[in-house]
Write a protein that binds this ligand. Structure first.
Ligand code: KIV
Length: 262
């Protein structure tokens, strides 16, 4: 069995120009499949608020919910580095909240690192958490927890600010940074300017790695997919077909048959 991916392995991958693959997961069975497929980083994203809980944003997701899902994913992961996503208001109000909540992801959730949203404005928080020996993945550009401040889920195009944010989070000690909803040429410049790996989502092909939401790539959501998503399979359609067959057979008395009886 291959050893578990570490934050230093990810740094070496950037240096060796080896692409980093990241994908979200929220429960044991999917995390097991994702891990066995060779994904390097499993993010237990607060996107679960939208794709698992059916909410219209990630804002309502709580710490306890995140810890629960992180625990399910950690139970399955053998190879991938598990990153727990810090939910809205779990790190903004005080440094002490931030460090205590980040610690819960490692102590209770079994994660090896945490992710939080924001650039220069949260660099002091990234520093406090990584000073407590908790690796932090930063997340800049389109940051869904700031949906109300941004006036919607909008591509971020302010090159100067994005570059400054990226450099600040690196200087604060982040081991990696997610670049979301950023024009590809800007993401390319950020990737070249940093020594830590960039993981893109809607940020073009030149990032050091890519991440997508598992429900989006497998067709398990009814939300309108953003332009940057590629749907690789349609599990939603397959599931609906299977469920309809079960409903039909039970109604018609075709299930259970003799082979299903004791
Ligand atoms: O919550 C999430 O899943 C994320 C990724 C999409 C980067 O933040």
């Amino acid at each position: 069995m291959k050893p578990t991916v570490t934050v230093t392995d990810l740094l070496k991958m950037k240096q060796g120009k080896e692409k980093i693959v990241s994908l979200t997961a929220y429960d044991y069975p999917f995390a097991k499949m994702v891990d066995e497929a060779g994904v390097h980083i499993i993010l237990v994203g607060d996107s679960l608020g939208m794709v698992v809980q059916g909410k219209s944003s990630t804002i309502p997701v709580t710490m306890d919910e995140m810890i629960y899902h992180t625990r399910l994913v950690s139970a399955a992961a053998r190879y991938a580095l598990v990153v727990g996503d810090m939910p809205f208001m779990s790190y903004q109000a005080s440094l002490s909240d931030a460090v205590i909540n980040a610690g819960r992801f490692l102590k209770e959730g079994g994660a090896a690192a945490v992710k939080l949203e924001g650039g220069a404005g949260v660099s002091h928080i990234i520093k406090a958490i990584s000073d407590a020996s908790i690796p932090v993945q930063a997340h800049i550009g389109l940051t869904p927890q700031s949906v109300h401040k941004m006036g919607g889920f909008k591509v971020q195009r302010d090159e100067e600010r994005l570059l400054a944010d990226a450099k600040e989070v690196e200087a604060a000690g982040a081991f990696s940074v997610v670049l979301e909803g950023i024009p590809a040429p800007i993401a390319k410049k950020i990737t070249a300017a940093l020594s830590i790996p960039t993981i893109g989502i809607g940020a073009g092909p030149d990032c050091d790695g890519q991440i997508l939401v598992i429900h989006d790539i497998l067709g398990m959501t009814d939300r309108k997919l953003p332009k940057f998503v590629k749907q690789y399979e349609n599990l939603g359609e397959l599931a609906r077909k299977g469920i309809s067959s079960y409903v039909k057979e039970v109604k018609e008395g075709a299930f259970p048959k003799e082979e299903h009886c004791y």
